[in-house]
Design a protein around this ligand. Structure first.
Ligand SMILES: [Zn+2]
Length: 247
């Protein structure tokens, strides 16, 4: 992964050091004057009532970011929500309040995975989908992660359909189990990521953010091992052997 999970909450005067989707540097800056907020209808309706405090404040926001590198200048639109938070001093006395924002959509998505040139386009697109979905829904994101495993198995020439006149779709668990020899050292990673993906696909049970972050680290490493070009030293090894080895 190019950096830590980039989805932390923030205040409007201190945006996170988001990485640029185009050049991968932490060079996105707020376009001056673009940060816009509005109160939700619920906040407008109830503000002023006895029970209403600053913590009940809810907002929506949008803003525009741009890459500050002169040779890039990528633009990213961001939208999300805000909620009121109360500040306390050490004696737990209220000293003020502020709005904490959470971004839900980034267009284009923030870069979450290293994408080697040899990584197939459909896998790259699926990885971008995971990155886009994480701030929206962790369950939807791990469902997309499950689809990525199917695509990676396709790349490894693991059959997706049964033989015969009426081919049937082979379940992901079976594809993984039957290709343990092909997957080799990657088998355990595929198997564990499949379990997480199934949880997102088949239940609405809660998924821990830290588990999704860990799964993305594993997936990123898998992508590197499967598609990153490695230096080939075979020719120099042969030359050294021929030149200096015992004849
Ligand atoms: Zn850039």
């Amino acid at each position: 992964m190019p950096g830590p999970f980039p989805y932390e909450s923030f205040t409007s005067d201190r945006l996170p050091a988001w990485r640029c989707p185009a050049c991968l540097n932490a060079s996105l800056v707020l376009v001056p004057g673009s940060f816009t907020t509005r109160d939700t209808a619920d906040s407008l309706r109830h503000r002023g009532e006895d029970w209403y405090t600053e913590e009940d404040d809810r907002e929506v926001f949008c803003c525009m970011l741009e890459c500050s590198r002169a040779d890039c200048r990528e633009s990213v639109s961001v939208a999300g929500t805000g909620r009121g938070m109360i500040d306390f001093d050490e004696q737990m006395r209220k000293t003020g309040w502020y709005t904490l924002y959470r971004a839900i959509t980034f267009v284009p998505p923030l870069p979450l995975f290293r994408l080697p040139d040899a990584c197939p386009e459909d896998v790259k697109n699926q990885l971008e989908t995971i990155a886009a979905l994480i701030p929206v829904s962790l369950n939807a994101a791990v469902n997309a992660l499950r689809v990525t495993l199917e695509l990676l198995l396709d790349e490894l020439s693991v059959a997706r359909l049964t033989d015969g006149e009426r081919p049937k779709i082979i379940p992901l668990a079976t594809r993984i189990r039957d290709s343990e020899a092909t997957l080799g050292e990657h088998f355990a990673a595929f198997d564990a990521l499949k379990d997480l993906g199934n949880h997102g696909s088949h239940t609405n049970g809660r998924i821990r953010r830290s588990h999704v972050e860990g799964a993305c680290l594993i997936l990123d490493e898998l992508i590197q091992q499967l598609f990153a070009l490695r230096p080939d030293h075979a020719k120099m090894v042969a030359t050294l052997k021929a030149t200096y080895g015992k004849k």
